[in-house]
Ligand binder design. Structure first.
Ligand code: C2O
Ligand code: CU
Length: 650
């Protein structure tokens, strides 16, 4: 509107044209004011959604609009009323309208390019560019010399090029896990932070005495001791490339840990799990990350942070005590957006020391590879015979990058665990769907009825699992699984019972993750990045903690896509979603879906020192920036991004 008003008011104009310019300017003014109610609605969802609008976009637009109206409206009105010959209005008239145009453009750019938080430097650059554009306009309308116009244009280009170059250069710097965002309510970490902020990797030469402090520990020292007591359970996983023929006859080019999915690792609570990883021929390199298992940091399997990627011919040994029962999975954390999708994943089941309550234990990872969807290992329907009256535990594991929904037909069921942790007093439900975030796990339990039970998923109608009480019927005999895709979703946040969640004790640290999508440089490459707090990995300041802290983490999603946020080495206690306190059973998750517009408040107990990745488990989003660290003060890493092993932490 403002732009149309500017163009219409420039040059020699007639009365009719003056009316038109006035109409456009009026439209611009209305559009400016109309933003107010929307911004107020957004403000109701939280400051994160409107900061740049309230502090920058709206004031700048309002100011420019008022100036434009005050300066341009009277002369335009006079001309319009007079209705005489075409007249050229003074240069300040189109210039004032141009100022409003520039302000409007700067506002849109602030929302898309800067987002949250509003960077004062970026806002200053935008303001300067808007002023220069207005200045150039004035020089043109006033027919100032070409040198003035060229000078202003050169200055504007210089500012633009310099700020883009600066952004590009900063994006190339190596990760700095010590760069912090958390502020200590208690302040007891202040002395440590002041002098001994640990530098990372190649930077350590410039450290300010980090090496001298007794508080410094390398991720390499945060390993499970070799002599830790407990029965040994040893596994060897060989990562390789393989062309796999699926049940349907389709062939997929897979990278995997010896099979697709990788072998199920089933251990007992208290076992010492020792896994020898060998890379046969995965050129991109591999690692193993124990998703959801809170292992010591050095066993976490993140290339470039806790170890080097394992290249073909190399190996790595992981060891951890299986002290927490439940359903977990493992996958590569080197270039995971490619590796996991192609099949570098498997399941990890830790049986409780007292044994599993149910008589049958069925593990169902769901994975998409190529055009195929695998339920377990099959892309076709499968059947299992389970005698009527016997109890079943189904471990549903979403290893995909998108949320997936499951349906159970033919029986009521209870959700007995989420992300490995048991839920208290789970009531039976039926005709509700089970949605699992990318990376998440849900265990359901049911008693086998007299008729068949079907497990289906919205990911694909091709594979499903039928549980038949009688003699093992084939999938064909049982017929097609019923379509239950319309079922309402079971909401875990109000499900179950037991005591209400209480905030754990400890010094409180506040941290926030505001998720969005903004154009950024990702290590020098321009991308429409998935940002956290306005930045992409590795430029997102870490959440910095001391052991014992309780992190109150707010996660707000400003974007249009769901982000399954995953924390390494810890589980989060869900406190609220969109301001509504979590009710039902206390819920500890390691992966939670933050849908567009949602705000989650969760608590993390800092009880596992290290440098831990927190990231979106839509691994394509992680690869495009949505990944950061929770960093314990004093922990350093000798590993680096890239290097001889071409480490890629996502
Ligand atoms: Cu399942 Cu960092 O990942
Ligand atoms: Cu995401």
């Amino acid at each position: 509107m403002w732009c149309a008003a500017t163009v219409t008011a420039a040059g020699e104009i007639t009365a009719a044209r003056a009316w038109r310019a006035l109409a456009f300017a009026g439209g611009g003014l209305l559009a400016t004011l109309a933003q107010l109610p929307f911004v107020l609605i957004l403000l109701g969802q939280g400051w994160w959604f409107v900061q740049e609008k309230l502090l920058f976009a709206l004031p700048v637009q309002l100011l420019a609009a008022v100036v434009a109206v005050v300066i341009a409206a009277p002369p335009l009105l006079r001309l319009a009323r007079a209705g005489s010959n075409p007249t050229r209005l003074p240069a300040r008239v189109p210039t004032a309208l141009l100022a409003a145009t520039s302000a409007a453009i700067a506002s849109v750019v602030a929302s898309t390019l800067i987002g949250y938080p509003l960077e004062p430097a970026a806002a200053a650059v935008l303001t300067l560019l808007a002023l220069l554009a207005t200045g150039i306009g004035y020089a043109l309308f006033a027919r100032a010399g070409r040198r003035v116009v060229a000078g202003l244009a050169a200055l504007g280009s210089l500012v633009l090029v310099a700020s883009v170059a600066l952004a590009w250069m900063t994006s190339m710097a190596p990760p700095d896990f010590a760069g912090e965002q958390a502020s200590h309510a208690s302040g007891h970490g202040a002395t440590l932070a002041a002098g001994t902020g640990p530098d990372v990797g190649a930077n350590s030469a410039s450290g300010t005495g980090a090496a001298s402090g007794p508080t410094t520990v390398s991720v390499d020292e945060l390993r499970t001791p070799e002599d830790v007591p407990g029965p040994r359970r040893q596994f060897t996983l060989r990562a390789g490339t393989e062309s796999v023929t699926l049940a349907s006859g389709d062939t997929v080019q897979s990278w995997n840990y010896g099979s697709l999915p990788g072998p199920e690792l089933r251990v007992q609570q208290g076992d010492v799990v020792e896994v020898h990883l060998e890379n046969v021929d995965v050129e991109a390199g591999v690692t193993i990350h124990w998703h959801g298992y809170d292992v010591p940091n050095g066993e976490d399997g993140v290339a470039g942070v806790t170890q080097d990627a394992v290249l073909p011919g190399e190996s790595f040994d992981y060891r951890f005590v299986a002290d927490q029962p439940g359903s977990y999975w493992y996958h590569t954390h080197q270039n995971a957006s490619r590796g996991v999708q192609r099949g570098l994943y498997g399941t990890l089941i830790v049986e409780p020391s007292g044994g599993i309550a149910e008589q049958h234990d069925v593990v169902v990872p769901l994975h998409s590879i190529g055009d195929s969807v695998l339920l377990g290992a099959s892309d076709l329907p499968t059947t299992m015979r389970i005698p009527a009256g016997e109890s079943v535990r189904l471990r549903l594991i979403n290893t995909d990058g998108l949320p997936n929904t499951f349906h159970l037909d033919g029986t009521p069921f209870a959700v007995v665990a989420a992300d490995g942790y048991e839920l208290a007093e789970p009531p039976p439900v039926s005709a509700q769907s089970i949605r699992i975030p990318a990376g998440g796990r849900i265990d359901v339990a049911f008693t086998m009825p007299e008729g068949p039970v079907y497990l289906t998923t919205d990911a694909s109608r091709t594979p499903w699992i039928a549980f038949a009480p009688g003699a093992a019927a084939s999938a064909a005999q049982l017929g097609r699984a019923p379509d239950r895709s319309g079922e309402p979703e079971l909401d875990l946040l109000g499900y179950g019972g037991g005591p209400a969640a209480v905030l754990p004790d400890g010094p409180l640290v506040r941290a926030e993750m505001v998720l969005d999508r903004n154009p950024r440089f990702l290590q020098g490459v321009p991308v429409n990045g998935y940002t956290v707090n306005g930045a992409v990995y590795p430029r997102i300041p870490s959440i910095t903690v001391n052991e014992g802290d309780v992190v109150l983490l707010s996660v707000a999603n400003r974007g249009w896509e769901t982000h399954p946020m995953h924390v390494h080495g810890h589980h989060v206690l869900v406190l609220s979603r969109n301001g509504v306190a979590a009710s039902g059973a206390e819920t500890w998750l390691d992966t939670f879906d933050v849908r567009p517009g949602e705000v989650w408040e969760v608590a993390v107990v800092a009880d596992n020192p290290g440098i831990w990745m927190d990231h979106c488990h839509n691994l394509d989003h992680a690869a495009e920036g949505m990944m950061m660290a929770m960093h314990y003060r004093g922990v350093t890493t000798p590993y680096e991004h890239g290097g001889a092993h071409d480490n890629r932490s996502e």
